[in-house]
Design a protein around this ligand. Structure first.
Ligand code: NAP
Ligand code: ZN
Length: 350
């Protein structure tokens, strides 16, 4: 074991604070990464505040990790010391079930090991600790290569926000001729706009207020709708082929479903407590409601390569780690333009 500095929350109502944590020495197939940057996902906030009721305290969040390989185990062939790499939302899976064989480790039938707040059941059975930390030890299968030339701070959020939006956009064939609505312009939403545009779709941002109209256009959206505009849902009914719902707070799915054209699909990636859905909204015009969870490791690498090719990077606010609690408060008010990223040098220096 070796020690790393980290930021951790002791309970749902205590702020994140500095601690020392133990990391394992690299096993045969492990890679040790010096973390340079870690993005701040709304899932980190849901987990820290126990919104989903399954948080194990103390928790060290963070699953948008980029850094440099510091050491490798004797059996590691894919990675070398000094390489620039990333880690996303998963750090292990069984490797043998149907889902793993299909490269969809996020749906591992024995359960994937999440980067934080998960029992490391293929390892030492401790609770995993995430990227708000100076170093992490990860099995080589769950390490991603960062394409040359990508600025690391603006790339970090792709490890979750990028794959979570790329995967359903690809699965539901976002491309030329498709009218895509991105619901919620936050961390996931702003990457979704860029990726959907790079895929060739016609993209509309659907935001809860007028405040982000100018930004939406700057990010490349073709159109902007504010749900606060009276009559908007009625006037724009039946307009979209695909809606990607990234909203982190409770809202009425029925209203948004009505925006779908015949046969259209609304994909939920945002994870608030569920709202009930009326069957008649789906039955009318054969609309479909779907969900999507991050993406597999191979698809995450594909997404990184796609973003490098199309110059898709995140719009970030780089923060020192001692501003993390303030960042959470701002995220709760939808006041992020458009992803907080922690500069881990600030933790090393502290
Ligand atoms: P975020 O940066 O905080 O963005 C969420 C956006 O939701 C806000 O910017 C805001 O957009 C909208 N919103 C917030 N409160 C709202 C309200 N009361 N009514 C309507 N809209 C509201 O969060 P994020 O990091 O993108 O994550 C979004 C959600 O995705 C979270 O629930 C997170 O847990 C989930 N997630 C899921 C996966 C997955 O695999 N499925 C992966 C990562 C994250 P506007 O201001 O434009 O309305
Ligand atoms: Zn995330």
């Amino acid at each position: 074991m070796f020690q790393a500095k980290a930021y951790s929350a002791a309970s749902a109502d205590t702020p994140l604070a500095p601690v020392f944590i133990e990391r394992r020495e690299p096993g045969e197939k492990d890679v040790v990464i010096d973390i340079a940057y870690c993005g701040v996902c709304h899932s980190d906030l849901h987990a820290v505040r126990n919104d989903w009721g399954r948080t194990r305290y103390p928790i060290v969040p963070g699953h948008e990790i980029v850094g440099t390989v510091a050491a490798v185990g004797s059996g590691v062939t894919a990675w070398r010391v000094g390489q620039t790499v990333g880690v996303g939302c998963m750090v292990n899976s069984c490797g043998h079930c149907g889902a793993c064989q299909d490269h969809e480790e996020q749906f591992c039938e024995r359960g994937m090991t999440a980067t934080y707040n998960s029992i490391d059941k293929y390892g030492d059975r401790t609770v995993t600790k995430g990227g708000y930390s100076t170093r992490i030890t990860v099995n080589e299968r769950f390490v991603l290569g960062i394409p040359a030339g990508m600025p690391l701070d603006r790339t970090a959020p792709l490890l979750c926000a990028g794959i979570t939006t790329y995967s359903p956009l690809k699965r539901f064939s976002a491309g030329p001729g498709m009218r895509v609505g991105v619901v919620g312009l936050g961390g996931l939403g702003h990457v979704a706009v860029k990726i959907a545009k790079a895929m060739g779709a016609q993209v509309t941002v659907i935001s809860h207020s007028e405040g982000k109209r100018v930004d939406a256009e700057r990010l490349g959206a073709d159109d902007f709708l504010a749900t606060s505009t009276p009559g908007m849902f009625r006037e724009r009914a039946n307009s979209f082929h695909l809606l990607l719902d990234t909203v982190s707070a409770q809202h009425d799915y029925n209203e948004y479903l009505g925006l779908l054209d015949r046969g259209g699909t609304m994909v939920l990636v945002g994870m608030p407590e569920p709202s009930p859905v009326r069957a008649s909204t789906l039955i009318d015009r054969r609309r479909q409601l779907a969900g999507s969870l991050i993406g597999g490791i191979a698809e995450t690498q594909e997404m990184l390569d796609f973003c490098a090719r199309h110059s898709v990077l995140c719009d970030i606010e780089l923060i020192p780690i001692d501003q993390i609690n303030l960042a959470y408060e701002r995220m709760l008010k939808s006041d992020v333009r458009y992803r907080f990223v922690i500069d881990m040098q600030s933790l090393r220096n502290s």
